[in-house]
Write a new protein. Structure first.
Ligand SMILES: C[S@@+](CC[C@H](N)C(=O)[O-])C[C@H]1O[C@@H](n2cnc3c(N)ncnc32)[C@H](O)[C@@H]1O
Length: 241
């Protein structure tokens, strides 16, 4: 994968995730708190009544970790889970899911081509938006997919607003994530891309402003407990009523 200043092109990124899919669950499983943090972001969406009668979208579902988090918060909801990487989706499909979950192979930019239309009552985008080429356009598309008052949760790394968080991010990437990626896959391109793309991503305040510009209301964010405070965040925003 070419890893340039602007990151990989969309097709290259999917190919990199295809290649990394087999090791992905083992790597994130070794990351303390990965699944608990996804569940926390899903709970922060405040989905009522266990999701009964509701329709949710997991945008960039990968191997299904965020899908499982959504289901933990809303076990009675119908969930559409989409991803651009065939390899990541296949890893998700190999797991057991209730019939209320449907996986679809598609980039989030082209959901309409798969007849995936709104309204959704909630959207979770976990570790997705940093990888999307036109973030503003994608946020506007998410807003239009939501019913009025529906909630978007963007679970994402953002370190720019904190010098301490930036220092910790460098240390964790070069001390743990990149060596672990090499150990598992003998290829560090995806993990170096992760390091670099997080450094380049919006600060938390900047991303909240981006959500407001995309037409969302009630925009706010909460970070994670523990050492990932000010590194991983849940950004929450509602489609206007
Ligand atoms: C870091 S993984 C996170 C997966 C999952 N949400 C989780 O929390 O474990 C990011 C996923 O986003 C997918 N992705 C990246 N860009 C995408 C796009 N434009 N459309 C759909 N999926 C995309 C990748 O294929 C990858 O599976």
């Amino acid at each position: 994968m070419r890893v340039g200043e602007t990151g990989p092109a969309p097709g290259e990124l999917s190919a990199a995730f295809d290649a990394g899919a087999a090791a992905y669950d083992r790597l994130v499983g070794a990351s303390p708190g990965y699944h608990a943090q996804l569940r926390l972001s899903a709970r922060r969406m405040r989905i009522p009544e266990r999701g009964k009668g509701l329709r949710l979208l997991d945008a960039g579902c990968g191997t299904g970790a965020s899908t499982a988090a959504l289901l933990a918060a809303a076990p009675e909801a119908d969930v559409v889970a989409v991803d651009a990487s065939r390899g990541m989706l296949d890893a998700a499909l190999a797991k057991e899911w209730p019939p209320s979950v449907r996986f679809v192979h598609t980039p989030v930019e082209r959901l309409d081509e798969q007849n995936i239309t709104g309204p959704f009552d909630g959207i979770l985008a976990a570790y997705l938006i940093r990888n999307v080429a036109d973030r503003d356009a994608q946020l506007r598309r998410f807003r239009m997919l939501l019913r009025p008052g529906g909630t978007l949760a963007v679970h994402e790394y953002s370190v720019r607003d904190s010098r301490a968080a930036t220092r910790i991010w460098h240390a964790v990437c070069w001390g743990v994530i990149i060596p672990a990626g090499w150990w598992r896959t003998r290829d560090t391109a995806l993990y170096r891309y992760l390091w670099r793309s997080v450094l380049a991503f919006d600060g938390a305040a900047q991303f909240r402003a981006r959500l407001a510009r995309a037409g969302f209301t009630a925009v706010h964010s909460e970070t994670m407990p523990g050492w990932e405070a000010n590194i991983v965040h849940t950004f929450l925003a509602d489609a206007p009523r």
